[in-house]
Design a binder for this molecule. Structure first.
Ligand code: SF4
Ligand code: SF4
Length: 217
């Protein structure tokens, strides 16, 4: 199948799933008797699962099926659907996400895009007013250590900084190489600065939006 046919197929599939989600939304109501007196029925043995087509969709979600089974202490019908989805995912990956997502948020990444450059979801920047080496508060290399790219997107330059006791400190100050950074956010997550981290990821530079770029060349 040609790529453009696959793209059309995805769009048709996404449109159908959007209609399906709207249909499910309209059909998502508790069975009549339970709806009338929820407090009484929930304490009793009544099956309060949603009506058939909606329930089937939840049965296909392995996490929903498992958590419902565990929380109700009952073996719910629908294990076959959940196991089938789990098995397919194990062997084929989550190939269906892009076909199901009704907003198109999960888009197709072409082979060319994978080869020509990293797919970026944003860019990290160092807040020099909070970063330990930049403010003269001491040495820190955490963001460089955790950065997963190769070569690292966080690089250091040594600088003489005045410490708070007026002593001269030679510290490694971090910079972000925007050509390497993919915006994964690990550095932001691991930065030891309490409250607002000293390195943060912004949306600029993400590859999905050519207009939201910060590199000029
Ligand atoms: S982890 Fe935070 S404080 Fe440490 S060097 Fe990186 S940005 Fe600065
Ligand atoms: S956002 Fe990810 S890739 Fe970019 S500097 Fe931080 S850890 Fe490295």
């Amino acid at each position: 199948m040609k790529i453009k046919h696959l793209v059309y197929l995805r769009r048709i599939s996404q449109a159908l799933f959007l209609l399906l989600f709207v249909f499910f939304l309209m059909e998502s109501r508790l069975p009549g008797a339970v709806f009338q007196d929820y407090s009484r029925e929930i304490a009793g043995p009544t099956d309060i699962r949603l009506n058939y087509p909606v329930t089937l969709f939840f049965d296909m979600d392995p996490l929903t099926w498992l958590s419902t089974t565990l929380s109700t202490h009952r073996w719910l019908a629908g294990a076959g659907w959940a196991l089938a989805v789990t098995g397919l995912t194990l062997f084929l990956g989550r190939f269906f996400c892009g076909f199901i997502c009704p907003t198109g948020a999960i888009r197709r990444i072409s082979g060319k895009e994978k080869i020509t450059g990293p797919i970026r979801i944003g860019s990290a920047f160092v807040d020099r007013g909070r970063c330990l080496p930049w403010t003269g508060n001491g040495a820190c290399i955490v963001c460089e250590e955790v950065c997963p790219t190769s070569p690292k997107a966080v690089v250091f330059r040594e600088a003489d900084v005045e410490g708070f006791g007026a002593e001269r400190l030679r510290l490694k100050q971090p910079y972000v190489n925007l050509r390497q950074c993919v915006g994964c956010g690990i550095c932001q997550n691991k930065c030891p600065i309490k409250g607002t981290p000293a390195i943060r990821v912004i949306a600029a530079g993400e590859t999905r939006s050519p207009k939201n770029q910060i590199l000029l060349i």
